[in-house]
Write a protein that binds this ligand. Structure first.
Ligand code: ARG
Length: 603
């Protein structure tokens, strides 16, 4: 056997492996990578696929590359009789490693890996000293754009935008933790024909636009509805509104000013929601791309992509039964032309390598179409997993308890701010019922109610596979049992109180104490902690925050089992177990952080 030509994917993976800090799967793959040199000369190697085994299994991880190798070398005069024999050879050729206690071949040729509890304990000790950021995964990108929230001016910011805000923020946080520079973009719908009627209506109501205040214009949504109503009924108004669009797009200062006013008022409303949710975003709305649109469409035209169809300019795309319209028959641009331009800008001006869009699944076709057009233009590689890369992160509907689209009684849309208020009020009531108002200061009560209330809303959303619809229920999300933020926040607070009650200086213990994973429940908890990095990596690469929620829920489960079976305070193993408690609390807090949830320390 000699060195094989290395597949390209292996090379990229090896590059990532150079920095596989904390990521067990990758560390193991790196180990098994060495033995891949057992392949036939001239044949591509196989990527060692390492998978975590289910809880309760004898082994911790399984590697499948004995089978992969066999499929390459069989029938080529190999001395091996089958995958198990290849597996044996691989196991023998593995370099010694402190991380592995034993390796064995099982069944049709899987290689079972059992980790060394000593190494596991040491890795957790190291994390306690060096910080949990050393467990951040490393991703093959430096800069990403996350396009999320993106409500529309003067239209309602509905629950769908709440989902986009929450999911997008978590994705951004996970990437940031993985040392990716994230441009958090609010692609606000601040341009389009609706501004014609809005501005015209504004002029009618407030002839002196300088005097327009937020309160005078009242609820912009009501304002929007009224202007739409007039637009539909009043021909003269309609005419004026259409002219207003032309003037606005032509840059008439008076119209620009009115437009800016309307945008400002909406912006203040959006900011209120973001501030409550503690979500940071940088607005680059649709209008930002106006100066670039003609140039970009011209580029597509030069490349021969754009064709004439019924007076409009369109791009025909394979696999879609309708073309993508990029210039309307009246010469104006639309949602797709703006998105193509924004993509061009993000790739060329902002040098982003990964561009992620978070909207409801209803917009999937739009994204698939303009992604395809971008590939056709050669802006993106053919292979959609190669960078620079684009992804549409779609999500399902939020349903009310009646199974219909979520609405409140009074209005036909749910005001986000009211929703957050209610979650907070309800969690405060529950805290008072438990007598916390007597134990805590009013600020503590308020902050805890907020952390729990907002955390509950976020977690109830994030824990579901984002593609499925979910039912919005305050009763469910504020339950202190089951898979809820309340349960998890309490679990964390309880760990903190155990550490406090020990009376030990935990920072001192981190430096001097040793951790051991002798009891099976200690080992199981330790193993789960060590799987943090690979879990975040999986959640990032598949753009699935629910993967992280599931991890967090299991973490508290493993902890409960450990705590019920292993005495902590006052036991001979106290130091080691306190360190394990602290490591659990740290990883839980990191999960909360990535999910945008504020932890509580007292309960
Ligand atoms: N404003 C759009 C909406 O409310 C979402 C925009 C999403 N981002 C994008 N680049 N298209 O539906």
């Amino acid at each position: 056997f000699a060195f094989a030509t290395r597949a390209k994917s292996l090379a990229t993976m090896a590059a990532v492996n150079e920095e596989c800090t904390g990521n067990l799967k990758r560390q193991l793959a790196k180990l098994f990578d060495v033995s891949l040199k057992l392949t036939v000369p001239g044949e591509p190697s196989v990527e060692p696929l390492v998978a975590a085994s289910a809880p309760g299994k004898f082994e911790d991880y399984q590697c499948n590359n004995a089978m992969g190798l066999w499929s390459i070398i069989k029938g080529k005069g190999t001395q091996f009789k089958g995958p198990p024999a290849v597996g044996q050879a691989l196991v023998k050729s593995l370099p010694t490693s402190e991380m592995v206690e034993s390796c064995s071949v099982a069944g049709p040729g899987f290689i079972n890996v059992v980790l060394s509890p000593k190494w596991m304990a040491k890795s957790i000790e190291n994390m306690l000293i060096d910080g949990v950021d050393t467990w951040a995964p490393s991703l093959p990108v430096k800069r990403a754009v996350v396009d999320f929230s993106s409500p529309n001016i003067a239209k309602e910011m509905h629950v769908g935008h709440l989902r986009s805000t929450i999911i997008g923020d978590t994705i951004a946080r996970m990437l940031e933790f993985s040392k990716v520079e994230v441009l958090r973009r609010n692609h606000v719908g601040d341009w389009g024909t609706q501004f014609g009627m809005l501005i015209e209506y504004l002029f009618e109501k407030f002839p002196d636009t300088d005097s327009v205040t937020e309160t005078a214009i009242g609820d912009l949504q009501v304002f929007y509805k009224a202007s739409k109503h007039k637009f539909d009924l009043d021909e003269e108004f309609k005419e004026k509104a259409q002219q207003a669009v032309v003037r606005l797009q032509g840059g008439d200062p008076l119209y620009r000013k009115a437009w800016a006013k309307i945008c400002d008022i909406s912006r203040t409303e959006f900011a209120m929601v973001y501030q409550r949710l503690r979500v940071e975003l940088e607005e680059k709305g649709e209008s930002f791309y106006n100066p670039y649109i003609s140039k970009v469409i011209e580029e597509l035209n030069t490349k021969g992509l754009v064709e004439e169809s019924e007076g409009a300019r369109v791009i025909f795309l394979e696999g879609f039964n309708i073309p993508l319209m990029v210039v309307k028959s009246d010469g104006g641009f639309n949602y797709a032309s703006t998105d193509l331009t924004a993509l061009w800008y993000r790739l060329n001006e902002e040098k982003a390598e990964w561009i992620i869009y978070v909207t409801d699944v209803g917009q999937q076709q739009h994204f698939n179409m303009f992604f395809k057009a971008a590939r056709k233009a050669g802006w993106l590689p053919e292979n959609d997993e190669t960078y620079p890369r684009v992804n549409h992160v779609g999500f399902g509907l939020v349903l009310g308890e009646d199974g219909k689209r979520f609405r409140t009684r009074a209005t036909d849309v749910v005001r986000l701010v009211d929703l957050l208020d209610e979650a907070k009020t309800r969690s405060k009531i529950a805290l008072v019922e438990h007598g916390k108002d007597k134990e805590w200061t009013p600020e503590e009560l308020d902050q805890t109610a907020e952390a729990i209330g907002y955390g509950a809303v976020k977690y109830a959303d994030l824990k579901n596979n984002r593609l499925t619809n979910y039912t919005f229920s305050f009763d469910q999300m504020l339950n202190d049992k089951g898979n809820t933020a309340v349960y998890l926040l309490y679990a964390h607070a309880r760990i903190c109180s155990i550490i406090r009650k020990s009376g030990k200086d935990i920072d001192e213990l981190k430096k001097t104490g040793n951790l051991a994973l002798d009891h099976p429940d200690e080992r199981a908890l330790g193993l789960h902690l060590l799987r943090f990095a690979e879990t975040v990596e999986e959640a990032c690469t598949n753009l699935l925050p629910s993967v992280l929620c599931e991890y967090l829920y299991y973490l508290s489960d493993y902890y409960t089992r450990f705590y019920s079976n292993c005495q902590v305070n006052g036991s001979p193993e106290e130091t080691s177990r306190l360190l394990l408690c602290e490591a659990t609390a740290i990883v839980m807090r990191k999960c909360f952080h990535l999910l945008g949830i504020t932890p509580v320390y007292k309960i």
